[in-house]
Design a protein around this ligand. Structure first.
Ligand code: GDP
Length: 467
């Protein structure tokens, strides 16, 4: 298929030292040749070589000096002929170069279109294409590493492996129904049932990893709660330390709802409503109990700060009640002073509220001194246990990070459960294939593969050999 030649400014739009404009498509080289004057024509340059020259307007006026890099199909990102023009990075200059290219026959690329072409060219599957975006947006090392893993094709590989198994069964059933002499279905349902169980395990593992994937990518939504003077802003400062990453006014919220993201040794905390904490007026007084409750409600994690040097009071009481069912780390603060809070009593109250009396789980309480900056390591260790099963290394593990993939896998699960149901009800083999194929299709959506062709190939190629 012939596609138009597209171009776009590939680097950020600030005024930086160098800006790169990328051209891709069958006319990328001739178009670039029209605007570039170097010692050689780009058309005569071997693939993966660079040349120095000028970008020249129709009038002959030199717009900028530039280095062009030529990459020939199919061994390029998009699988098409690609030219990258490195010029100076001023945004007005880059726009002028871009306009010049447009006048010479290229068109502006839509968002993601280079990657889409890589996908259409068959170089990467859909899950890899999505990983490219995740990679660009990764906010911490874990998110980065997980996207790189997916980009290398790890998720696609797993999905293909599952599809292969499903296809095998579908093909086998179809063949057996067509040709009962050669393919027996005796005790077949038991075998299928076992394989479906294994598939369901894989699906469940991936689905369970989604929550962690989200926390890697977006951060753990964290509310810091405690009564006035407990030490919230001191804890906030201790956590932020030197590592404050991003400060944003989140759109649609008032200016005083400040959200900050902090990277704690690779764990991303997305701190909710830090303005209420930073201000000298206390969060509970300032934004009210309801708002504080709301913050607790939307948090993945509550850091509950208790002033250990003072007895608990009614503020602590309602806060503790609001913690039911949440993931909570209680920081018993000011342990540089004499501790008057009865830790065992506090533990009991927390347990009752968070887990319920009957539960075997124990609340997490850490003694810290925000003033002296002690307890941060213990906090990080607890976070790792609470959210990432105690380990932050995940090199060989697959994490689902994309809502679209999760949705597709939930459908796969439903279809596979229906297969099991059909087996149990002994409804006949042709019923299995309907749901098996539904699962196959849903899996295909993750990697962006259509189904008809390969199904036909598999059935008639592999199973009916020599017939
Ligand atoms: P907030 O109202 O909960 O945000 O509490 P602040 O962080 O403003 O702290 C209230 C007071 O307690 C301040 O005077 C802090 O200096 C003090 N404070 C906070 N953390 C500690 C601590 O670990 N030890 C001691 N001794 N004082 C602390």
């Amino acid at each position: 298929m012939v596609r138009e030649t597209i171009c776009a400014i590939a680097t950020g739009m600030g005024n930086s030292g160098i800006g790169i404009i990328r051209l891709s498509g069958k006319d990328a080289i001739p178009i670039a040749d029209k605007v570039f004057r170097g010692r050689k024509r780009i058309a005569d340059m071997p693939s993966y070589t660079a040349a120095y020259g000028n970008i020249v307007l129709e009038s002959g006026q030199v717009l900028d000096e530039a280095v062009v890099l030529v990459m020939r199909a199919p061994h390029t990102y998009t699988t098409e002929d690609t030219v990258e023009i490195d010029c100076h990075g001023g945004s007005i200059l880059l726009k002028k170069v871009l306009e010049l290219l447009l006048r010479n026959g290229a068109r502006t690329a839509e968002p993601g279109e280079f990657t889409r072409r890589a996908y259409l060219g068959g170089r990467i599957d859909m899950s890899q294409a999505e990983a490219v975006m995740d990679l660009i947006h990764a906010k911490n090392e874990m998110a980065l590493s997980s996207s790189v893993h997916q980009l290398k094709g790890a998720l696609g590989e797993k999905i293909r492996e599952m599809r292969e198994k499903i296809l095998y069964h579908t093909a086998y059933i179809e063949s057996a129904l067509d040709d009962p002499e050669n393919y027996s279905l005796e005790s077949y349902p038991q075998k299928l049932d076992k394989d479906v169980d294994n598939l369901l395990k894989d699906v469940d593992n991936l689905l369970n990893s989604y929550e962690n994937g989200r926390l890697f990518q977006e951060g753990i939504r964290t509310a810091i709660i405690g009564r006035p003077n407990a030490g919230k802003s001191s804890v906030l400062n201790m956590i932020l330390g030197e590592e404050r990453a991003i400060v944003t006014d989140v759109e649609g919220t008032t200016r005083d709802t400040l959200e900050e993201v902090v990277n704690l040794n690779g764990i991303l905390l997305y701190l909710i409503d830090t303005a209420g904490i930073r201000d000298t007026v206390d969060i509970v007084e300032k934004i009210g109990v309801d708002k504080a409750r709301e913050n607790i409600g939307k948090a993945d994690l509550v850091l509950y700060i208790v002033d250990g040097s003072q007895p608990l009071n009614e503020n602590d009481e309602w806060i503790i009640k609001a913690l039911a069912g949440k993931k909570v780390i209680t920081l018993l603060n000011k342990n540089d002073l004499k501790t008057v809070v009865d830790r065992y009593h506090l533990e009991k109250l927390l347990k009752q509220s968070i887990f319920g009396e009957a539960s075997k789980e124990e609340p997490v309480i850490l003694e810290i001194s925000a003033r002296e900056g002690t307890g941060k390591e213990a906090l990080i260790e607890r976070l790792t246990n609470m959210f990432f099963n105690g380990k932050l290394s995940y090199n060989d593990e697959l994490y689902l990070t994309n809502a679209r993939h999760k949705e597709a896998l939930s459908e796969v699960k439903e279809s596979l459960l229906r297969v099991k149901q059909s087996i149990e009800m002994e409804v006949g083999e042709d019923f299995y294939t309907i749901d098996l194929m539904a699962a196959y299709e849903s899996l295909g959506r993750i990697i962006g593969e259509a189904l008809e062709d390969d199904l036909a190939d598999k059935i008639f190629g592999e199973f009916c050999m020599g017939k």
